[in-house]
Design a protein around this ligand. Structure first.
Ligand code: ADP
Length: 416
């Protein structure tokens, strides 16, 4: 425990496990970033023609699917292009959920541009004039990212909505000559309800949204690539392997048949990898094993061994589950039904029970899977013949489950 020399997480800045970290090249959806950056670059060099508003939103109820990341990565990319070409470009990110008023949003835009905040009490009109003066006199190209934009509309305050409208029309106060000044926007919203909100409250802005990007939850292969980038840059070499990433990616992947929580969230997957690494580090394992992954997922799922659920199992189901828990621990992976049956039979004899036959064991297996305690899946390539592979559900730490089953089988705990 608490070994000092089995470090797994690298001490580097920026920390690839922090929420602010954005890889220079996204392992997934870089094409969207390139497209957006190119689109805005063209708009900047073309000069001011209309508004450039992009709306990025997600599938209903989905978080951690890259909305903010795509917006910021596009701004970084644009910043790089502009620097190389000597263009005076700045971008500002504001999360409207945490910045309650438009007045405050404008302060946040102004203060990094104007060296010092405007005097208190300056009116909104004066602030907007200051802003457009700064943009004009510096031939500045300014990209404003407003995250959680729905919170401005949902607040439903009429005067705030009017002010927001003025902010979104700021470009109209700028001269039109190409190459001078420019303002573009990326609005980020949770989901498509923002579109009906815009239509209802601010149709003038809705009609100017030139580009809409709907992001889907991540698939398993996409999560794998995202995790691979984090692991390669944030973990010590030799402390992890592909199976760790595959298990986490499959647990959250929207399309994985064995997913425990198919939400498609990159945020959850990255946190799980970090927690698995921490677990392995704290326990001095030297590398991330299957158990570390299970403990990390249990943390997210809030899983604890539920005696009441175990109490509904028959003695033979308990024995079978014990065999599966034992083998999952030993292998850190699936076992074949044959292996499970052999151990189950041994255990049954040890506990003075006559082992049940094939059909009955298959029925127990089905019931344990239906209760979410184990995963049963058909063997794929690499296993001779066709069999079912079994393991304890990924988010159930097999060590905890095994100890609990041991106590029950030994009659050391009363079941409810
Ligand atoms: P959302 O805005 O949809 O809630 P975020 O953009 O904040 O999600 O992403 C959540 C986490 O997942 C962040 O740590 C982010 O860096 C990471 N992430 C999301 N999409 C990608 C991607 N395509 N490539 C690399 N990391 C990503």
């Amino acid at each position: 425990m608490f070994s000092q020399n089995k470090k797994i997480i690298r001490d580097i800045v920026p920390n690839p496990f922090s929420d602010q970290y954005i890889p220079k090249q996204l392992p997934v959806r870089q094409d969207m970033v390139d497209f957006l950056a190119e689109k805005y670059y063209r708009s900047i060099t073309r000069g001011y023609g209309g508004t450039d508003i992009t709306l990025i939103y997600g599938s209903l109820g989905r978080v951690g699917i890259g909305k903010t990341t795509i917006a910021k990565a596009s701004a970084y990319k644009l910043e790089g292009i502009a620097r190389n070409r000597g263009i005076n470009f700045r971008w500002i990110y504001i999360n409207a959920y945490y910045v309650p008023t438009i007045h405050e949003i404008i302060n946040r835009i102004l203060s990094p541009l104007s060296r010092g905040a405007p005097a208190r009490g300056t009116s909104l009109t004066d602030k907007l004039r200051m802003l457009s003066d700064i943009i004009y006199t510096n031939a500045l190209k300014l990209l404003i990212i407003i995250d959680e934009v729905q919170s401005i509309l949902l607040a439903g305050k009429k005067d705030e909505i009017e002010k927001f409208y003025v902010l979104m029309r700021l470009h109209e106060t700028l001269p039109i000559e190409p190459g001078d000044s420019w303002i573009g926007y990326i609005l980020v919203a949770q989901d498509n309800t923002v579109l009906s909100l815009f239509r209802e409250i601010l149709p003038q802005v809705e009609s100017q949204i030139g580009h809409r990007i709907l992001l889907d939850p991540y698939r398993t292969d996409e999560l794998y690539k995202i995790l691979l980038e984090r692991a390669s840059s944030g973990l010590e070499p030799g402390t992890w392997d592909d199976s760790v990433l595959e298990k986490i990616a499959c647990y959250y992947g929207i399309d994985c048949p064995e997913a425990g929580d198919p939400v498609g969230s990159a945020r959850k997957a990255i946190i799980a990898l970090r927690n698995a690494a921490e677990y392995a580090e704290i326990h001095g394992l030297g590398y991330i094993n299957d158990l570390a992954v299970s403990h990390a997922l249990a943390e997210d799922a809030g899983y604890s061994v539920d005696r009441a659920a175990l109490s509904s199992l028959s003695k033979h189901e308990l024995l079978l589950l014990y065999a599966i828990a034992q083998l999952t621990l030993e292998k850190g992976d699936y076992s074949t039904t044959g292996e499970v049956r052999r151990l189950y039979e041994e255990l049954a004899e040890r506990y003075g029970e006559k082992p049940r036959g094939h059909t009955q064991v298959n029925e127990y297996t089905r019931r344990l899977a239906a209760k979410g305690l184990i995963i049963a899946r058909p063997s794929g390539r690499g296993v001779r013949g066709r069999t079912t592979l079994l393991r304890v559900a990924q988010e159930i730490p097999a060590d905890r489950l095994r100890s609990e089953l041991y106590l029950i089988l030994e009659g050391k705990v009363e079941l409810g």
